[in-house]
Ligand binder design. Structure first.
Ligand code: SF4
Length: 299
């Protein structure tokens, strides 16, 4: 189960494909509410309702490194770390160096949005300067030398038709990740019309040995070995989705947890069964949904 925590730090980047706009007001008691929320989760784990080995905490935003109380937030998570399988942070790396000591002592896995191998193009995509390649190399060296809690780093490119319509781009981005010393991930953007570029990605990926395939009703990912680089190809739904409630909780800056990213279905108010009746086309047995190869969706 993915427990996403949206930090109140507002992202200064302006990626055109971004869906992670801050859609709710920040609660003045955000951290208190986060503590309460996590205590409920811990309670459920202790009572055996949830198995800790499936609990993954995913800190995202906005931009986590822009949050002025990030250290307090991470300490709240750290106090309960024995109840989580993994703590992941997804960031554009803007203030990663400034927060490195606290992040590297608590976060198990870092996803860094990178989007392109060329620095000039990257700046055009983000609209700001983010972490430099030299800084990233220093970080990956620390991680690979096992001098911190962070064990892995993945550079992520969102695949859009502006940049990834040709196979050569995939190869260059993978080579770029290899030069940094990181894993690599490509993910489809959330534009439901952009299947052409995603089929180019799949066509490229088909040539390499598959290490692992992960599928659930909200996400499909294939992990390949591309000349020694671990490369993930990922498509996931922007929620709400008819069976999302079985896989995801999203704690928003207003201090409320939802089943979805659009703040439509609060966990405290709607139980899973009621939600199932609310969401269009809901089926009672999600695993019987049919996976459509062409669109990468469950239908
Ligand atoms: S860096 Fe991430 S959160 Fe920020 S605008 Fe780009 S996609 Fe959105």
């Amino acid at each position: 189960m993915n427990y996403s925590i949206v930090t109140p730090g507002i992202c200064k980047a302006q990626c055109s494909f971004c869906i992670q706009e801050t859609i709710v007001r920040k609660s003045p008691t955000y951290l208190d509410k986060l503590s309460e929320y996590l205590d409920t989760l811990v309670d459920d784990i202790e009572r055996g309702f949830i198995d800790r080995k499936y609990v993954e905490i995913n800190i995202t935003g906005g931009e986590p490194t822009e949050y002025d109380r990030l250290a307090d937030m991470l300490n709240i998570l750290h106090q309960r770390k024995d109840y989580f399988n993994k703590i992941v942070m997804t960031t554009n790396g803007h203030y990663l160096i400034d927060n490195w000591d606290i992040i590297s002592s608590i976060i198990d896995h870092l996803n860094i949005s990178r989007h392109h191998y060329d620095d000039k193009v990257r700046r055009a995509i983000f609209g700001i300067k983010t972490i430099s390649d030299d800084e990233l190399k220093k970080i990956t060296k620390l991680i690979n030398d096992k001098t911190c809690q962070t064990k892995d780093i993945t550079l992520i490119a969102t695949v859009t038709k502006d940049y990834y319509l040709y196979m050569a781009f995939y190869q260059k981005f993978i080579e770029y990740c290899a030069s940094i010393g990181s894993k690599c991930a490509f993910r489809k953007d959330y534009n439901m019309e952009n299947w052409q570029v995603w089929s180019v990605a799949n066509h490229y990926a088909d040539r390499f040995p598959v290490l692992r395939i992960g599928e659930c009703p909200v996400c499909r990912q294939i992990v390949t070995d591309v000349d020694g680089v671990n490369v993930t190809w990922k498509f996931s739904h922007k929620t709400p989705h008819k069976v999302i409630f079985d896989y995801e909780r999203v704690f928003q800056p207003n201090g409320v947890a939802y089943y979805d990213w659009d703040c439509l279905y609060p966990v405290d108010i709607i139980d899973g069964r009621t939600l199932a009746n609310l969401v269009e086309n809901t089926v009672s047995e999600p695993y019987k949904l049919k996976f459509d190869e062409k669109t990468g969706c469950y239908l």
